[in-house]
Every structure is written in structure tokens, then in C-alpha cells.
Design a binder for this molecule. Structure first.
Ligand code: HEM
Length: 344
């Protein structure tokens, strides 16, 4: 079925973002069990999976045009949301190729990539773009190759350089993040940028995840799901903008909790890049209100149980204690107590 884009929807101020019924059913619900704890939940990123969100390498949905517009707005206000260190130029071109080729393969009705040696032409129909350029020559594009292509994709992206048996976040396009800052993290190692996360270091989660990623192979991308909660369907919850969105937390009441509070899921993908040996990390954000979650019985039961029993350190890290109990109280009468089966 062809997706109907909704170019006018907003993720700030008027918050006109809404999910169609089809969009709700493709939501990547993140909980395989009734309880949640950090783990190395990495699996191959193959096309196919529990919902349509897993059918493409870089998922495009009905919010595509509106999300690209929102990214352009954030960058106009704060250009430092896109930064790439100079030694990552080869990784920039690798990323452009990876994203263009996959978008064209997964959505031929929307994107076309033609190549004549190094002379490439890129057509992006939803955004009305046709661009000819020479692969490897940055001056033939309107901006750097990584910025160019990530302005045309949903979700954030970071670039990791691999050296000294470690990964360093040496670039990124980060405009839809859950309260972390590229400007602060750029140049940090895997353990350093994960520094603020509670419990996971002691459990060895990051040591094991890093070991796994250092061996990531070209052509065998992997994925994992991460989640948090956000008040209002706001994409840009950056520390830079905390004064804008932080006070929203105080606006949640038992009357508006289901409409205001959103489950924020990140479908994270990791690709080894062919020339640079760097890793491209995609963080694709999906927002669904608690009211929409409540429409699906197995989702509302499970979200209720996960939030009710969540470790307080994880709740505090995710910034949800102020309204967590209100969500639990809303969902509790909708949980019929029946057993849930493992899986999503
Ligand atoms: C959180 C980046 C891969 C597990 C975070 C944060 C960042 C980040 C910036 C927020 C830290 C903060 O509060 O400032 C990245 C990047 C990756 C990567 C750039 C690419 C290599 C992974 C992998 C795992 C993982 C492979 C697998 C276990 C986590 C967990 C959290 C986290 C559990 C806490 C999330 C939450 O509770 O909301 N990551 N990460 N990350 N990351 Fe990663």
C-alpha cells in the first residue's frame, strides 16, 4: 500500500503529529517480556520482522516529509547538531552510498540512484530533489555528503571511527534525540559516551556490546530497540533545548496523561562501512501516545507491567518519575491480568 505523506504535521508548538491506524500497526513495540532490564539485545538487521517498520533498511513512513522539515528547522536554529570530524570524510561518502542505495532499492517509487562511473544522479521525489554530483567530490554537493543524505532520512545518525580496539563517535546528525548532546559527546569513546547510563556498566552490557560491534561485518548490519517516554510528540528533546521541553513534564495530569505522554522507541541500526571501516549508527525514533498504545490489548497489558515494575534507577535516568505513576494508573484498569506470551 502506498504511504500517504502528511507534510504539514508538526512536532512542536501546535503538535499536529498523529498516527493513522496503519501507522499505529507498524509501530515497533519494544518489549519482548512483561519486565525490562538493560541487555545486549542485538539481532541481525534483515528485512522482515514483527511489523512493517522492519521491512526496509532505512524505514520511510507517513511522517517522512514532516520529519525532514523539522530537521531543517532544528539545523537552521543550531547548525552544530550536524558535525563530522575531518578524518571521517571517507565515512561520509560511505554513508551517502549506503543510505542512497538502500532507499532506492526499498522505495523505487520514491527514490532513484543512477550511476555513470563516479557521475551519480539522485532523485528524491517526496522532497522534490534531483541532484547530479561526482562521488568523492564534496564540492559537487550543496553541503557535506553526510549532511546531504541525512537531511533526507528519518531519524538521527552517528559515525563511529574504529581504532585502539574502541569506537569513537566522530560525527553525527542529531536533531531528534532523547536528551543527549552530540556537541558534548563528539570524540568520546564507547564507554565514555555511555557514562551516564545506570546499571548497564556493572552488568557488563557495554563491554559485551563493544566486543560485538568491533567485529561487525560489512553487509551484515544489526539492530536493537531502545525506548523512553516523551511528553507531547516532540522529536527534538535535546539538552540544548531543555528549557523549551523540560517544563512539559509538569503539564501531565490524570486527565490528559494518555494523550500527552508518548512511548518513544528507537530502532537502532549499525552498519560497517566499506572503505572507511567506520560504523554508521542509525537511531530511528517512533512516537506513540499512551492512548494509541491502549488500543492494542497486548501492548497495553505489557506497558502497564513494565512501567509498574521498572527499576527506579532506570526510571530516573529516563526522566519519567514525575508522570510514571499516572501512566500506570491509567493502564492498570486496562490490564486484564492475563498471561502474555514471549515476543512482541
Ligand atoms: C544510551 C549512543 C550503541 C546500549 C546511549 C546514549 C547515547 C548512546 C548517546 C545516551 C547516553 C546519555 O545519557 O548521555 C550510542 C551510540 C552507539 C550505541 C553512538 C553506536 C555505536 C549501543 C549498543 C548498545 C547500547 C550497541 C547495546 C547494549 C545503550 C543503553 C542506553 C544507551 C542501554 C541507555 C538507554 C536508555 O535507558 O534510554 N547510547 N549507543 N548502545 N545505549 Fe547506546
Amino acid at each position: 500500500m502506498t504511504v500517504q505523506f502528511k507534510p504539514a504535521e508538526t512536532f512542536r508548538d501546535t503538535f499536529t503529529y498523529k498516527k493513522s491506524p496503519e501507522d499505529l500497526l507498524r509501530f515497533p513495540f519494544p518489549f519482548p517480556e512483561d519486565s525490562y532490564m538493560y541487555s545486549v539485545n542485538i539481532e541481525p538487521h534483515v528485512r522482515g520482522g514483527p511489523t512493517a517498520a522492519f521491512q526496509a533498511q532505512f524505514d520511510v513512513d507517513e511522517h517522512y516529509i514532516a520529519e525532514c522539515k523539522e530537521r531543517a528547522r532544528v539545523l537552521a536554529e543550531d547548525p552544530k547538531r550536524c558535525q563530522v570530524l575531518p578524518h571521517m570524510l571517507t565515512a561520509e561518502w560511505d554513508s551517502l552510498e549506503m543510505i542512497m542505495e538502500n532507499l532506492a532499492a526499498d522505495y523505487p517509487e520514491h527514490f532513484t540512484l543512477s550511476k555513470d562511473g563516479d557521475a551519480w544522479t539522485w532523485v528524491n521525489r517526496p522532497l522534490g530533489i534531483q541532484q547530479s554530483f561526482i562521488f568523492g567530490k564534496a564540492e559537487t554537493l550543496p553541503c557535506g555528503p553526510f549532511e546531504y543524505i541525512t537531511r533526507q532520512a528519518q531519524g538521527d545518525f552517528t559515525l563511529q571511527d574504529q581504532r585502539e580496539d574502541n569506537l569513537f563517535v566522530d560525527g553525527g546528525m542529531v536533531t531528534t534525540q532523547a536528551d543527549w548532546s552530540l556537541e558534548f559527546d563528539i570524540g568520546m569513546s564507547f564507554q565514555e559516551w555511555h557514562g551516564p547510563v545506570p546499571l548497564a556498566h556493572e552488568k557488563g552490557v557495554f563491554d559485551r556490546a563493544l566486543k560485538y560491534l568491533l567485529r561487525l561485518q560489512y553487509g551484515q548490519p544489526v539492530r536493537r530497540l531502545n525506548w523512553t517516554m516523551t511528553v507531547n510528540p516532540r522529536l527534538d528533546t535535546s539538552p540544548e533545548n531543555y528549557p523549551v521541553w523540560g517544563p512539559d513534564k509538569a503539564s501531565v495530569t490524570p486527565e490528559n496523561v494518555a494523550e500527552k505522554v508518548h512511548l518513544r522507541v528507537e530502532l537502532q541500526t549499525l552498519y560497517r562501512l566499506p572503505r572507511s571501516n567506520a560504523i554508521l549508527f542509525g537511531i530511528r525514533c517512533y512516537l506513540t501516545s499512551v492512548a494509541d498504545i491502549a488500543k492494542v490489548p497486548k501492548w497495553r497489558r505489557r506497558l502497564h507491567r513494565v512501567l509498574r515494575d521498572l527499576h527506579p534507577d532506570i526510571a530516573a535516568y529516563k526522566g519519567i518519575p514525575r508522570y510514571q505513576q499516572m501512566v500506570v494508573d491509567y493502564l492498570a484498569p486496562l490490564d486484564d491480568g492475563s498471561a502474555t506470551s514471549p515476543g512482541i
